[in-house]
Design a protein around this ligand. Structure first.
Ligand code: NAD
Length: 414
């Protein structure tokens, strides 16, 4: 993520305030995180040494409810990035009208070079150090890059051990056997596909003829590839952190998955051309789905984009400068704060089920998820048509507007 990513959040807030004209006390409140905690985490490594890692947890805004947001384990994690992502979570939860504020957390570490025991030790110590912030009523964690349901299970167990009883609602995205929700694993991608198909319908394209490139082949990217190819769209390009592959005739997703499972990389997949990730962004496709890291579509490659639609699975994948270039080219961008909100929607369902200790059937979850995503898409589209703006600005008008309304009605303390 660019070092000045939070500056982009502030610049985008300034852009959207031209439409909202918020009173200065409210506007200024939305320009800073409510609280940011930095923790130092000693972990005994397998070789006996004690290594220190830096971790963060940020509550950006809690006017609409408890803080909600994922945690990521990545070497580039830093406070600026976590504040940025916590701000995006705040707008996102408001856009899909969930009773949550926005949070994010993370640890600067490289889990690819750590053992399972080391990751477990790091996770338990992190949970202990941020204990004063988290809980089902105050701050609910979830997976993000390089964290998964096992990490969530360790957090839930550590938190519950300290409390003395099971508290499943402190995390979402945990295994079903300890209170996870059916449908959570694929929720972000399901939501993304719902929004994408609505957009395709809106601009009058036929989904059967469309080609798709996806950058990132993890939780979000791989599940999106599965769902889209099941629906008859042709996946022509895929990338992970090490390689990118392209075949204009279409990739066999099952074969790609087998290759990735075996080789731990997309590199060398034989039925495709090997290209760089930047090249893939500029290769022909109708839909481009960034589903990896921030800032991947930027001023250097935005002009090369051939896609008609960009559906943002990743958080903050398009820089503000790239946004302008793409909007001028007429590319329809389905922004992260709308398009990838499916994960937090089913996280909300999981939290509700945990609190009630009453679990829903998967078809119920899918139906409700689709309903919320479709409603949010239509609401954002109407705003974009009424205010003659791009979809990101329209989504921000909706999300920031709702957070501002809640802040105003709650008033100032003391
Ligand atoms: P993940 O760790 O499961 O997968 C990340 C993928 O991106 C991997 O395939 C990795 O190889 C690839 N990658 C990493 N660096 C890359 C690079 N520089 N270029 C190309 N590929 C690269 O993570 P995820 O959960 O799928 O999350 C991906 C993105 O989606 C993140 O931005 C995350 O914040 C966002 N997101 C995730 C969820 C969720 O439910 N998991 C919800 C909302 C948003």
């Amino acid at each position: 993520m660019a070092n000045n990513s939070f500056q982009e959040v502030l610049d985008r807030l300034e852009d959207v305030n031209k439409y909202l004209n918020l009173p200065p006390p409210i506007y200024n409140r939305l320009r800073c995180p409510r609280r940011s905690l930095i923790v130092s985490l000693p972990v005994r490594m397998d070789n006996g040494e004690v290594k220190y890692f830096e971790g963060y947890r940020v509550h950006y805004n809690t006017a609409r409810g408890p803080a909600k947001g994922g945690i990521r384990y990545h070497p580039n994690v830093n406070l600026n990035e976590i504040i940025t992502l916590a701000a995006l979570m705040t707008w996102k939860c408001a856009i899909v009208d969930l009773p949550f504020g926005g949070a994010k957390g993370g640890i600067a570490c490289d889990t690819t070079k750590m053992s399972r025991d080391e990751i477990k030790g790091l996770t338990r110590r992190y949970t202990h150090e941020i204990f004063m912030l988290i809980g089902p009523e105050s701050d609910i964690l979830a997976p993000d890059m390089y964290t998964d349901e096992q990490v969530m299970a360790w957090i839930m167990d550590t938190y519950s051990t300290i409390k003395g009883y099971s508290v499943p609602g402190v995390v979402t995205g945990k295994p079903v056997c300890i209170g996870g929700s059916l449908g959570r694993k694929t929720a972000t991608s399901q939501g993304l596909v719902t929004v994408l198909l609505e957009a395709i319908k809106h601009i009058g394209l036929s989904q059967k003829e469309l080609t798709v490139s996806i950058i990132g082949f993890g939780n979000v990217g791989a599940a999106a590839a599965d769902i889209l190819s099941e629906k008859g769209l042709k996946i022509v390009g895929l990338a992970d952190s090490k390689a990118a592959i392209y075949n204009p005739k279409g990739l066999d997703i099952k074969a790609v998955k087998r290759h990735k499972a075996e080789k731990k990389s997309l590199a060398g997949f034989k039925d495709a051309e090997q290209v760089s990730i930047d090249e893939l962004i500029g290769l022909k496709c109708d839909v481009l789905i960034p589903a990896a890291v921030e800032g991947q579509i930027n001023v250097k490659n935005a002009n090369t984009v051939k896609a008609r639609i960009i559906a943002e699975g990743a958080n903050d994948p398009t820089t503000r400068e790239a946004d302008k270039i793409l909007n001028d080219k007429g590319v329809l961008i389905l922004p992260d704060i709308l398009a990838n909100a499916g994960g937090v929607v089913v996280s909300y369902f999981e939290w509700v089920q945990d609190i009630q200790r009453y679990f829903w059937h998967e078809d119920e979850i899918q139906k409700r998820l689709e309903g919320i995503m479709t409603k949010a898409f239509k609401h954002v589209l109407t705003i974009s048509q009424d205010r003659k703006t791009d979809m990101r600005t329209a989504a921000m008008i909706l999300g920031v507007g709702r957070v501002a309304e809640a802040s105003a009605v709650r008033g100032l303390y003391p």
